[in-house]
Write a protein that binds this ligand. Structure first.
Ligand SMILES: [Zn+2]
Length: 271
């Protein structure tokens, strides 16, 4: 599943091709995404220029002359920029034809992605307005984590995955951040000290920033079946390393199921 770093990598990958370009047409090959793409969207978009390419959590925002396109890659989506007329792949559901002669394509085998449009402030859109602070932006720090963990018994790993409290941290990055902060994923959130919250906030930021750096600067680097950037995978300390020696202390990494998802940790590095 594309996580925040992959979405940011995608944003950086498409921006140079899309920014300032006019959308000449939208071809709707398969409108049945997570929410149906409105049949009126091609007419609405035609002729609008892209003024900015932004990201909020895992949503990509294409700011247009009159409104904003809100794109989400869902479980399996990816965006690619190609020369217009390049052969379409199976699951290329949407094509934005640009005045540059290039085409932006949304491919999404599982169709959990979305393409919505609003002419209001996108921050007020139902999908975006209740999003929590972004780890890569000011406001996400030890004080914030300390505040939101105080009365919660839930395991800290599950709290990190809660999109209403922390935005854009998925399974891989939650496991890795907890390893870096030396905190066991099963610890009750409210048992964390202020110092641990500070370390954890810093670790979440570090692991996401590292993943963005290794996400590759081209879209070609981004495409992996599971959405994990290939370069970043080599930097993982615990994720999918069950039974392998901890890179720090050589203790075998353990795997647990938490909230129906696998969690990985080192029993001696993480307390
Ligand atoms: Zn260890």
């Amino acid at each position: 599943m594309p996580e925040l770093p992959e979405v940011e990598t995608t944003r950086r990958g498409i921006e140079p091709h899309v920014l300032g370009r006019r959308i000449d047409a939208l071809l709707l090959h398969e409108p049945r995404l997570r929410w149906p793409v409105p049949g009126t969207l091609p007419a609405t978009l035609a002729g609008q220029r892209v003024r900015a390419v932004e990201r909020r959590a895992k949503y990509l925002l294409l700011r247009l002359a009159r409104g904003t396109l809100i794109l989400h890659l869902g479980m399996s989506g990816s965006l690619r920029v190609l020369a217009a007329g390049s052969p379409r792949l199976t699951h290329d559901h949407l094509e934005f034809l640009l005045d540059s002669g290039e085409v932006l394509r949304l491919n999404d085998p599982r169709r959990f992605g979305s393409c919505l449009y609003t002419e209001q402030d996108p921050a007020l859109h139902p999908l975006l307005r209740s999003l929590a602070p972004e780890p890569l932006e000011p406001g996400f720090d030890g004080d914030y984590l300390f505040r939101v963990t105080r009365r919660r018994r839930v395991a800290i790993k599950l709290l990190l995955l809660n999109g209403r409290l922390v935005t854009g941290v998925g399974n891989i990055y939650a496991s890795e951040a907890l390893f870096r902060a030396r905190i066991r994923p099963g610890r009750a959130a409210r048992s964390l000290t202020l110092a641990e919250c500070g370390k954890l906030a810093q670790s979440v930021r570090a692991v996401l920033a590292l993943a963005v750096r290794h996400g590759g600067t081209t879209l070609r680097d981004y495409v992996h079946a599971d959405g994990t950037p290939g370069y970043f995978r080599q930097k993982l300390f615990v994720y999918e390393r069950a039974g392998l020696a901890c890179r720090r202390c050589r203790t075998p990494i353990r795997q647990r199921v938490q909230g129906a998802r696998s969690t990985y940790f080192c029993p001696s590095c993480q307390a």
